[in-house]
Design a binder for this molecule. Sequence first.
Ligand code: GTP
Ligand code: MG
Length: 202
Amino acid sequence: MDIRSATYLISSARVSQCPEHDRPEYAFIGRSNVGKSSLINMLTGNKRLAKTSATPGKTLLINHFNINSGSWYLVDLPGYGFAKRSKTERQKLEQMISGYILQRRQLTNLFVLIDCRHEPQQVDLEFIEWLGESSIPFSIVFTKADKLSKQALNKNIDAYLQRLAEDWDPLPPHFITSSETRLGRDELLTYIEQINKEIANG
Ligand SMILES: Nc1nc2c(ncn2[C@@H]2O[C@H](COP(=O)(O)OP(=O)(O)OP(=O)(O)O)[C@@H](O)[C@H]2O)c(=O)[nH]1
Ligand SMILES: [Mg+2]
């Protein structure tokens, strides 16, 4: 699928402030610094579309991006699990995130980003479990593949999928990506296109 246009639409502090439309939304979630905003930039081919930072905690609002003149939307969410934040601030962000995920009827698929360098982390596994309990359609996106050798990458992905297989049968769809090398771009866009087509065909 071609992305012909990608523009920033709006930032919202709560789901009730999110834009009104009737098109599919694809949102990105995961720990702070996992590469959510970078992935949106990689997919759209615009390095400056979503704000990124080497310091965790850059994205603090629900950010909507309009793709192909309102055909569908990408949504950048704040990260979870960032320890260096006050409890009040953390709770505010958690409410923002869970409000969007549970109440946004346009949310078509949530991409859960996992840094491929790390072993399965409790905070991610619990989040994924919560998605299952809440019947939220999601897929897993492994990020920063460029940071590992091919061998180490395969080993980590296999280990992660094995861990997920303890709770999930079938496994959720998964993608291996790098925002540096654009690995996984075609696969992700084809996946989105397929879902958009299924929706269009009712
Ligand atoms: N090498 C490499 N670095 C990446 C990749 N994706 C993101 N990064 C780097 O990781 C850091 C965090 O990226 P962001 O896209 O801002 O992460 P985020 O998940 O949006 O973070 P928050 O908004 O703070 O939750 C930045 O320094 C990026 O350049 C990748 O695929 N490869
Ligand atoms: Mg971000």
